[in-house]
Design a protein around this ligand. Sequence first.
Ligand code: CA
Length: 231
Amino acid sequence: MPATILVVEDEPAIRELVVLNLQQAGHRPVVADSAELALASMRDALPDLILLDWMLPGMSGVEFARRIKADAYTRQVPIIMLTARGDEQDKITGLEIGADDYITKPFSPRELNARIKAVLRRLAPEMAGDLVEMAGLRLDPATHRVAGNDRTIELGPTEFRLLHFFMTRPERVHSRAQMLDQVWGNHVFVEDRTVDVHIRRLRRALEASGHDVLIQTVRGSGYRFSARAEE
Ligand code: CA
């Protein structure tokens, strides 16, 4: 599945090379030549992953990563740092702050893509396209089929993405804003209410097999997908 990847890099030549690589791998790159611009872009929409140069003018990569990991809304976005060869201390600092991986410059397109894939697989399992199963509910991203207790469930494309999002992130509370961002995608101006409409449709589709109870409303916060009974 294509991922939206925020590239924070001030050197135009490297930025263009990375963007080209990402496009060829089927991803959607979003670029920022400073940490300040990257923060502004993340206020509009969260990327699936951040490629972060460590040496930036203005706010440093370290400071940017600290802010991202300190904010509950942005903390979940994985960061791969781009560091210069031999800067061992940078790598250690970055991993301590919460960066998920690092790549040493210069890197090959193959290495870049492999690291991105590994991080996405670990942190955003729905990107990896693996079959997911929970409490007798099965979703196969490869065939776009959903079954509840072995009976086929028909879902619209949005409900399918919504269910996939839930099943790969169980037991967590998701705000409507987070769901809009991650299920509906970037720069889509839809209202929070839209989430509720699709949740209703998804629950109705899951009713036949009794899986509608897995979608729990968390008052004042959003929704949770859980196989445990509601308190
Ligand atoms: Ca730089």
